[in-house]
Design a protein around this ligand. Structure first.
Ligand SMILES: [Zn+2]
Length: 255
């Protein structure tokens, strides 16, 4: 099977219609399937439950950075796992400080619950430009420019690779790290305008062409910008000479 990515949420932080960006990745290697959720913001947990066929099977969660729309859905997700009697250990990966912030969020949301979840949580704090494993899947952390420290993640399995940026844009010197990537899921906050700490559709497409990325999914588009350009975006993408699309919740891609 290889890899499959399901878009549970594709929205920015405060969109009233779209859940926060959150992607469920399934990796099959040697008959063994691993499931990883990339980001889990305020509104992501219900979307994950809606779209995942077997939510209790989740092996790991990746937190790209410590903004609420990327990690504050964790208390909800973890408590519901507990309610459903989960006992399988869970890994939570992210950059430096992920462990402390997740525990603090849990303590604020549901005091005293952390030690009574009923399953073990193992934290993996990744270092920029270094390889690591998440749920047994080979991964590489790539730094992004955002208002807080952020790490993109590139997953590899069976000669296939998927990149997820989280928020922000990659400096040009990191573009070669995505060379030949099969799927890149990238934040594209605006169409062309340069917004500090964010990327744009045009910048992501330049990167996609330069790194010869096979397919690019544009997520986390600012809500008004998305409405404004939704109808004309297809034509814009066709003219860009990069294979790219704007996923809707529930869409999936197979690598
Ligand atoms: Zn952010």
């Amino acid at each position: 099977m290889g890899m499959k990515a399901l878009f549970c949420g594709v929205g920015e932080a405060f969109d009233e219609d779209l859940s926060n960006t959150s992607i469920l990745v399934e990796v099959e290697e040697h008959g063994d399937v691993r499931k990883l959720l990339l980001d889990c913001g305020f509104t992501a947990a219900p979307a994950f439950w809606r779209f995942s066929a077997d939510p209790l099977d989740l092996d790991a969660i990746w937190i790209s950075h410590l903004h609420g729309d990327h990690f504050l859905g964790l208390p909800q997700l973890l408590i519901r796992f507990s309610e459903h009697g989960r006992f399988k250990p869970l890994q939570i990966g992210g950059g430096s400080g992920t462990s402390g912030s997740v525990k603090k969020a849990m303590e604020l949301a549901y005091p005293g619950k952390w030690d009574r979840l009923g399953f073990d949580i193992e934290f993996i704090e990744a270092v920029a430009e270094e390889s690591f494993h998440l749920a047994g899947v080979q991964a590489l952390a790539i730094p992004v420019e955002h208002s807080v420290p952020g790490l993109g993640i590139k997953l590899h399995a069976q000669d296939m690779s998927l990149f997820y940026s989280g928020d922000g844009c990659l400096k040009k010197r990191f573009w070669p790290m995505l060379e030949g990537c099969d799927v890149a899921v990238c934040e594209a906050f605006s169409l062309e305008e340069s917004v500090p700490g964010h990327s744009s559709v045009s910048r992501v497409l330049s990167m996609a062409r330069s790194a010869e990325i096979r397919l690019t999914a544009l997520v986390h588009m600012q809500r008004e910008e998305r409405r404004r350009h939704k109808d004309s975006l297809q034509k814009y993408l066709e003219e860009s000479q990069a294979e790219a699309f704007l996923p809707e919740p529930g869409d999936w891609v197979k690598l």
